[in-house]
Design a protein around this ligand. Structure first.
Ligand code: PLP
Length: 395
């Protein structure tokens, strides 16, 4: 039995007719740039995420880039982020001419470590430098520790851009001032949140797409202006924006898919539960395999919430390269997210980042491996994945 890392056929097949109808509507409308399909999706995503406003953009990458541009972050500015993410996170910072400053991550969550962030911010303040923005990434579908991150951001008055590309719908238990807990969705806690609709994300379109969300109405206007060459009104440019528009064809597809998103999250969460059961039965947990930790699973009322949406199910395993090869040889899809930390990328050499030592991120880059977790997988397939893994460590 082969188990692919991701198979989009079942999802697409189930919604095919509805998608075709929605796409046909766009074709017949002749509105091919922005228009009601895009505005409609913006309202739906804003409501879903609990942010006030959504601005549809061309990709998750452009969402990040545009957020930085709209904050007028540029050459010489420092932006605090994680060394462990998809390249787009740091690429956006570099493309506006700013310098990424990396705080190491937590081994348990793969997310930026607020303790390390605090050290960097204190050190910067002492040396008369300032961080102009913070970009936490909610990696693999679980929110970074936003309570602590937002507290730091408020202390130093720094705007937060959430890279929620992998985490739309993931929730974080935010402590309110009165001591109560409010579960907040990824993207709605910072000044601005960035989503990607790349096909492999939990909510994916049929190509590229993305969205920024914010609850600040003035900033929403600014973002909308940057999306369209900084024009306001048309042909009058007070800002230098770009063409960052979301296609109405993709918006139409996404509006068909969005009502199913919660169900897909649940199926991924159920797959994670089954994996945990199977790994435990096989005697593989803790040693040698470390399963992903859903940090808020034990919080009160956590069962009602998406504390982890499992965009990826990433284990840590010794002899990772051997395991990867073994799985592939036995028809089980897997992938390394990510083999090279951002500060160790070749293009970072000229900034001196390669000399940095961020031991946690570097260790996880050596031993992490993503396993199939997509919603339509059944117990039989998950059983096969664990069986093949067990085979390697038994021999
Ligand atoms: C996918 C992804 C992006 C980029 O999104 P695109 O839509 O592919 O441009 C950015 N950050 C993270 C963490 C991602 O996973």
């Amino acid at each position: 039995m082969n188990v692919p890392l991701l198979d989009l056929h079942p999802q697409t097949a189930a919604l095919r007719d509805e998608i075709l109808r929605a796409v046909t509507e766009v074709i017949d409308s002749t509105t091919y740039i922005l228009g009601p399909k895009v505005t409609g999706l913006e309202e739906e995503i804003a409501a879903y995420s609990g942010a006030g406003f959504g601005i549809g953009v061309s990709s998750g990458t452009d969402a990040l880039l545009m957020a930085l541009m709209a904050l007028e972050i540029g050459p010489g500015d420092r932006v605090l982020t994680t060394p462990y993410s998809f390249f787009a996170t740091v690429g956006a910072i570099l493309r506006v001419g700013a310098l990424p400053v990396f705080a190491d991550i937590e081994a348990e969550t793969f997310n930026i470590d607020p303790g390390k962030m605090a050290e960097i911010l204190a050190d910067d303040a002492k040396n008369g430098r300032t961080i102009k923005a913070i970009i936490p990434v909610h990696l693999f579908g679980q929110c970074a520790d936003m309570g602590k991150i937002m507290a730091l951001a408020q202390e130093y008055a720094i705007p937060v851009i959430e890279d929620a590309a992998q985490a739309i719908g993931s929730e974080y238990p935010m402590q309110e001032k009165d001591g109560s807990t409010v579960w907040r969705k990824a993207g709605s806690m910072g000044l601005v949140g960035c989503y990607s609709f790349f096909p492999s994300k939990n909510l994916g379109c049929l190509g590229d797409g993305g969205m920024v969300v914010t609850s600040d109405s003035n900033f929403a206007d600014t973002l909308r202006c940057y999306r369209n060459h900084g024009a306001k009104p048309k042909y009058y440019h007070s800002k230098i924006g770009g063409n960052f528009r979301l296609d109405p064809l993709q918006a139409a597809v996404l509006s068909v898919k969005l009502p199913h998103l919660e169900q897909w999250h649940k199926q991924r969460q159920e797959n994670s539960r089954i994996y945990r059961e199977l790994f435990a039965q096989a005697g593989l947990t803790d040693n040698p395999v470390i399963l992903p930790k859903a940090v808020h699973a034990a919080s009160p009322d956590a069962a009602k919430h998406n504390h982890h949406i499992y965009n990826q199910f990433v284990i840590r395993a010794p002899r990772r390269e051997e395991l990867r090869k073994h799985l592939q040889e036995h028809g089980v899809g897997c992938e390394v997210y990510y083999p090279v930390c951002l500060h160790k990328q070749d293009c970072m050499k000229r900034f001196g980042s390669n000399a940095l030592s961020l031991p946690v991120a570097e260790q996880l880059a050596q031993d992490s491996l993503a396993l199939p977790i997509f919603p339509e997988l059944g117990r039989e397939q998950l059983t096969r994945v664990v069986e093949v893994i067990a085979e390697l460590y038994r021999s």
